[in-house]
Design a protein around this ligand. Structure first.
Ligand code: SF4
Ligand code: SF4
Length: 282
């Protein structure tokens, strides 16, 4: 028996919304009983491409994070119902039984990932089914995965050690979107945004030129990270752990070194740092 899962590579997602549109094309106006009722024309996003803006001008990045139902193995939506209105199939897919779930508005709030929607006209909660109706018909993947132009969505059988998704899991790089919820989702993520520290270096006596090749070091305890400024004089450390204090050191031959403490409580733009020349006297 297959155990389905998906890995979403955030680094590959370009925010094109093809997955969202394919989902709507498959489900709006189409009943696939007993797996799902038709998605309404508006108001539901069974896969939502959430945009996360990071940093401050001019050092701003946008990450696109597609979020369908994550088909948790310890799902709060399943345990929130007493009559089996939300249930997990033996292949891992979590489904809503629209007859048993009729009128149970509380099911919407049972999911902390906010991926269950209320259909007012039909009086039922609804969500992503991983296109279980297609998989049951022999399809290899849901519509969203099929249309993704960048390969950001990888779907497969977690119980098959040779599947691409199993290989990705063996890298130990697949993460939970919210591990703090403790729900062990079958949909995991690669490349979730971390913190960055960025800025610009200017050489005081050559301010009209970009300060390329200036060496920067971030230190805490035994961790040492280095980079150099690019041909615009800009630098960036990305992929940093949140809520850590680092000592940032800036060095360039012939100029006074600089040091400052930086914190990754948020993504940080340290702004412009000006290095003064030694002028041969120090
Ligand atoms: S993501 Fe939400 S709706 Fe989906 S299985 Fe987990 S708890 Fe249930
Ligand atoms: S189709 Fe792929 S690249 Fe486009 S938004 Fe969805 S996951 Fe991202």
């Amino acid at each position: 028996m297959a155990r389905y899962g998906m890995v979403i590579d955030v680094g590959r997602c370009i925010g094109c919304y093809s997955c969202f549109l394919a989902c709507r094309d498959e489900h709006v106006g189409n009943d696939y009983r007993p797996v799902s009722l038709a998605q309404p024309q508006a108001g539901q996003k069974w896969i939502e491409v959430r945009e996360q803006e990071r940093g401050s001008f001019p050092k701003v990045k946008v990450a696109h994070i597609p979020v369908p139902c994550l088909h948790c193995t310890e799902a709060s939506c399943v345990s929130a119902t007493t009559n089996g209105a939300v249930y997990r199939r033996s292949d891992g897919i979590v489904l809503i039984d629209s007859e048993k779930a009729a009128g149970q508005h509380d099911i919407v709030a049972s999911c902390p990932y906010r991926v269950i929607f209320w259909n007012e006209a039909k009086n039922v909660p609804q969500k992503c089914t991983l296109c279980a109706h297609l998989l049951d018909d022999g399809w290899k993947e849901p519509r969203c995965v099929e249309v993704c132009p960048t390969g950001a969505l990888v779907f497969g059988d977690l119980s098959d050690p040779g599947s691409e998704i199993s290989k990705l899991h063996r890298t130990n790089a697949v993460e939970d979107l919210h591990p703090e919820y403790g729900m062990k989702p079958l949909v995991g993520y690669l490349g979730l945004p971390r913190r960055f520290v960025a800025g610009e270096i200017v050489l005081a006596d050559k301010a009209e030129f970009a300060a390329q090749g200036v060496r920067l070091t971030l230190r805490r305890d035994t961790e040492v990270l280095t980079t150099v400024t690019d041909n615009y004089g800009d630098f960036e450390f990305d992929g940093l752990e949140a809520n850590v204090k680092y000592l940032l050191r800036i060095e360039y031959p012939g100029y006074r070194s600089g040091e400052l403490w930086v914190s990754t409580r948020t993504d940080l733009n340290v702004g412009t740092i000006v290095l003064d020349p030694l002028n041969g006297t120090d």
